[in-house]
Design a protein around this ligand. Structure first.
Ligand code: APR
Length: 238
């Protein structure tokens, strides 16, 4: 059914979460081995942590900035990039901050939560290179703090990515969620926007999600890469 819907759709949008990157070796957040099972996000991944717990904040993000440099896209990322080139998908809305979709070749990617691949000064906004951060050079020449260009809890989502995601969701006829618990707003509103605009909603995730009851199809699988590979093979046999 997934292959048929994908093949017949006029505009397909893919929405990814941390479960899209676990097969590349990065942890997710809320499964049994997730990051938020080891750390309290409010203590580390919040604007409050940047302002008041700077050393803990820096330690946590040094590890995460380094980890995204060490991993590579897996077959699932590559298949999505190939589907974009073939015109099968319009674009990707991602909550992920690892840059793996772009590294695999996807070009239309709305990064709702920013990226660990970039850093900037909290005060003057100047872009900083990774070396400064790795050397734990915490301050910018203006005196501001250097931080990753991700959305911290308590911050607004980037306007451009939000508007891009809203447009993609409002005008698609197939919306496929890959590897997200769909538990964080406002990102988890986009599957509903697509559904309300008349799109079919497919959720592929190891565990059940908060929005399964809205979906036209739910596939509980632990290996997104293998699911996409099987669909890709079926597409070639049509
Ligand atoms: N295949 C299928 N599903 C998987 C796989 C896999 N290989 N690996 C993990 N999953 C599932 C997990 O079971 C989990 O339900 O992916 C889901 C990931 O959910 P979360 O860990 O909640 O990640 P996500 O939905 O992306 O979180 C959203 O929360 O903390 C914030 O900013 C952070 O962007 C993140 C946001």
């Amino acid at each position: 059914m997934l292959t048929k819907w994908l093949n017949n759709a006029h505009s397909t949008v893919v929405f990814t979460g941390a479960g899209m990157s676990t097969e590349s070796g990065l942890p997710d957040f809320r499964s049994s081995t997730g990051l938020w099972k080891q750390f309290d996000p409010k203590q580390l991944a919040s604007i409050d942590a940047l302002n008041n717990q700077l050393s803990d904040f820096m330690q946590f993000y040094l590890e995460r900035v380094n980890s995204v440099q060490l991993v590579k896209p897996h077959q699932g990322h590559s298949i999505l990039a190939q589907w974009e080139k073939q015109g099968l998908i319009e674009g990707i809305i991602t909550q992920n901050v690892d840059g793996l979709h772009q590294e695999a070749g996807s070009t239309h990617v709305a990064e709702l939560h920013g990226t660990l691949k970039r850093l900037h000064c909290q005060s003057c906004g100047e872009t900083k290179d990774r070396e400064d951060f790795i050397k734990q050079q915490i301050k910018c020449h203006c005196g501001g703090k250097i931080r990753p260009s991700i959305v911290l809890f308590g911050e607004q989502l980037p306007n451009k990515a939000f508007e891009d995601a809203s447009h993609l969701s409002s005008f698609c006829d197939l919306f496929i969620v890959l590897g997200s618990s769909l538990s964080v707003a406002p990102a988890n509103q986009f599957p509903l926007i697509a559904k309300e605009a008349g799109a079919k909603l497919i959720i592929i995730n190891e565990e059940s999600t908060d929005l399964d009851h809205y979906a036209d199809l739910v596939i509980n699988e632990r290996k997104i890469g293998e699911v996409l590979s099987a669909v890709d093979q079926q597409l070639h046999s049509i």
